[in-house]
Design a protein around this ligand. Structure first.
Ligand code: NAD
Length: 258
C-alpha cells in the first residue's frame, strides 16, 4: 500500500472524529502528500493542531465552502501550484438542517432539500470536473462517503437519505464518464460513527447502540477501519474497481430485518 509520490485532496476534516481525518492519517501513513480543504475559518486552528500532533508538517490547507461559486476550483488550483499533480480525491462532506433530520419527511422544505443535495451530492460533480483537469495520463481515484439510508429507510435520516441516493448515482455516472481517462470513482458506505454530522440526526445514539447489538460482528465499525478501506479504494491495489459502493459497516447491510 505504498503511496509514495501520490498527491491527494481531502475535503471534510472538521475535527479528530471526522471520517476525513481518519482518511488523512491513513494516506499520510502511506506516504501521500496532502491538501486539506476545510469549510471555514472556525475550523482552521483545530485542524492545524491535529496536523501538528500527527507530525504532518507539509499539508496545504485551503478554505472551501462548497456552496461558494468557484471555491472548489480554487482548491484544485492551489493544490496544483503546491504539489504539481493529483492522484486522489476524498469527498467527505455532507449537510442537512437539523430540523430536516427529525420528524416527518413530508415537512421537508424545498430550500432544505436543495441545500442538502447541493452540499452532500452535487459538490462531487465540480470536484470530479476539476480532478479530470489535473489528473495526468495515469488517472487517479476519487471516493465519496455514503450511508445505507440511500437504499433503506433509516428513521430520521430523511433528506440525507435522498442526498445519499443522489450521491451514489453521481458516483456511478462519474465512474462511467471518467473511466476512459483512467479515473476511478467509488463510494464507501460506513456504519455509524460518532461524529458531529451524525449527532445532528435525531436519536442517533439509540441507533448507534442498537447497531452494535445486531451487526454480524456485534460491534460498530471504527474510524480506522473506514479509513483503511478508503485508502484501499484510493490506492493502486483497487485498480480494477470503479462505480462501486463498498460497505464498511461490520456487516449490518446484509441483514434482512433489523
Ligand atoms: P463531520 O461532521 O466530521 O464531517 C462533515 C464535514 O462536512 C465537515 O468537515 C463539515 O465542515 C463539512 N461541510 C458541511 N457543509 C459544508 C460546506 N458547505 N462546505 C464545505 N464543507 C462542508 O462528519 P462525518 O461523519 O465525518 O461526515 C463525513 C461524511 O461521511 C459525510 O458525507 C457523512 O454523511 C458520511 N457518513 C458518516 C457516517 C457517520 O455515521 N458518521 C456514516 C456514513 C457516512
Amino acid at each position: 500500500m505504498d503511496m509514495e509520490g501520490k498527491k491527494a485532496i481531502v475535503f471534510g476534516v472538521a475535527n479528530k472524529r471526522s471520517i476525513a481525518w481518519g482518511v488523512t492519517r491513513a494516506l499520510h501513513a502511506r506516504g501521500a502528500k496532502l491538501t486539506l480543504a476545510y469549510q471555514g475559518e472556525r475550523f482552521l486552528r483545530a485542524i492545524e493542531k491535529l496536523l501538528e500532533e500527527e507530525g504532518i508538517s507539509d499539508a496545504l490547507l485551503v478554505e472551501c465552502d462548497v456552496t461558494e461559486d468557484g471555491a472548489i476550483g480554487r482548491v484544485f488550483d492551489q493544490h496544483q501550484e503546491r504539489w504539481g499533480g493529483l492522484h486522489q480525491v476524498v469527498h467527505s462532506v455532507a449537510f442537512a438542517r437539523r430540523e430536516e433530520l427529525e420528524g416527518d419527511f413530508t415537512e421537508t422544505s424545498a430550500d432544505g432539500f436543495k441545500l442538502a443535495l447541493e452540499i452532500s451530492a452535487y459538490s462531487l460533480i465540480p470536484m470530479a470536473r476539476a480532478a479530470k483537469r489535473l489528473m495526468g495520463p495515469e488517472g487517479g481515484s476519487i471516493i465519496a462517503m455514503t450511508y445505507l439510508a440511500s437504499q433503506r429507510v433509516v428513521a430520521n435520516y430523511n433528506v440525507m437519505g435522498s442526498a445519499k441516493a443522489a450521491l451514489e448515482h453521481v458516483v456511478r455516472q462519474l465512474a462511467f464518464e471518467l473511466g476512459p481517462h483512467g479515473i476511478r470513482v467509488n463510494a464507501v458506505s460506513a456504519g455509524p460513527l460518532q461524529t458531529v454530522s451524525a449527532r445532528g440526526v435525531a436519536n442517533f445514539n439509540d441507533m448507534y447502540r442498537s447497531y452494535a447489538e445486531k451487526t454480524p460482528l456485534r460491534r460498530n465499525v471504527t474510524l480506522e477501519e473506514v479509513a483503511n478501506a478508503s485508502a484501499f479504494l484510493l490506492g493502486d491495489e483497487s485498480s480494477g474497481i470503479t462505480g462501486q459502493v463498498l460497505f464498511v459497516d461490520t456487516g449490518f447491510s446484509i441483514l434482512a430485518a433489523t
